[in-house]
Design a protein around this ligand. Structure first.
Ligand code: KIV
Length: 278
């Protein structure tokens, strides 16, 4: 069994100026593929709600759904660190509830860390989870669980007040013991400044290459989700179109009697079949 990447490894990478990589996965096969490709961290993101479960946003995702998918991802991975998103309302109520739910995510899935959205307003929850020995990743900038309050999926930190709060929030997360922080949809100069002022890795998504690493959603990278594509996504493959072509070929071959072929069937031999059907 390979050794999984640790928070210590990630911090060392930052010190050496090496970039960290992170990609989401939501099931066993995806996790196996992502892990085998050498990704440092697998995020079981609550983007699960949109790209796997067909919800309109991430707010409907439940703790039970996260646990169900997290278990499969842990089973499918060996070397990557698995980070579980804490879903909406699983950590906002109070520190005790946050700790209880983080504990369930870790204990029931076998994942290595949890991720929470927000800064100073959730700092007590972060401290409680860290004090219990659970590694915490922060998430600032565009935080999809607050999409209503942010007025949509918009770039964050273009004005002084928001930028200042972001700098303060990252520092607060670092002081509370978070091992890394995701910055989503943030101007690259601000993200770069933040990455240079903290010792923990800053993982960007739509935040430029000055960050210490990058994270993207599996379905976006693979071209599996066609409902919208944010500007920051680079699509490396077009699996959805390939899959549609493959399925069309299958349908055609079944209809035309080309599938199954000789190589896909089980043959009894003439004598055996005679005896069998006698
Ligand atoms: O849920 C998710 O996939 C995320 C990433 C976009 C960072 O939080």
């Amino acid at each position: 069994m390979a050794k999984r990447i640790t928070t210590f490894d990630l911090r060392q990478k930052k010190q050496k100026g090496e970039k960290s990589t992170m990609l989401t996965a939501y099931d066993y096969s995806q996790a196996k593929t992502v892990d085998e490709a050498g990704i440092d961290m697998i995020l079981v993101g609550d983007s699960l709600g949109m790209v796997v479960l067909g919800y309109k946003d991430t707010l409907s995702v439940t703790l039970e759904e996260m646990i169900h998918h997290g278990k499969a991802v842990v089973r499918g991975s060996q070397s990557s660190m698995v980070v579980m998103d804490m879903p909406f309302m699983s950590y906002q109520v109070n520190r005790d509830e946050a700790l209880k739910n983080a504990g369930r995510l870790i204990q029931e899935t076998g994942a290595q860390a949890v991720k929470l959205e927000g800064g100073t307003e959730i700092i007590e929850a972060v401290k409680g989870i860290v004090d219990a020995g659970i590694p915490v990743m922060g998430h600032l900038g565009l935080t999809p669980q607050s999409v209503g309050q942010l007025g949509g999926y918009k770039v964050q930190g273009k004005d002084k007040e928001v930028a200042k709060k972001m700098v303060k929030d990252v520092k607060a997360l670092e002081e509370a013991g978070a091992f890394a922080v995701v910055l989503e949809c943030v101007p690259w100069q601000l993200a770069g400044f933040i990455a240079s002022t903290v010792s923990i890795p800053v993982i960007g998504i739509g935040a430029g290459k000055e960050c210490d690493g990058q994270v993207l959603v599996f379905h976006d990278v693979m071209g599996l989700f066609d409902e919208f594509r944010p500007k920051f996504v680079k699509q490396y493959l077009n699996l959805r179109e390939n899959m549609i072509e493959g399925i069309k070929d299958y349908v055609k071959e079944v209809k035309e009697g080309q599938f199954p072929g000789k190589e896909h069937i089980f043959d009894l031999g003439e004598e055996d079949i005679k005896q069998l059907l006698e």
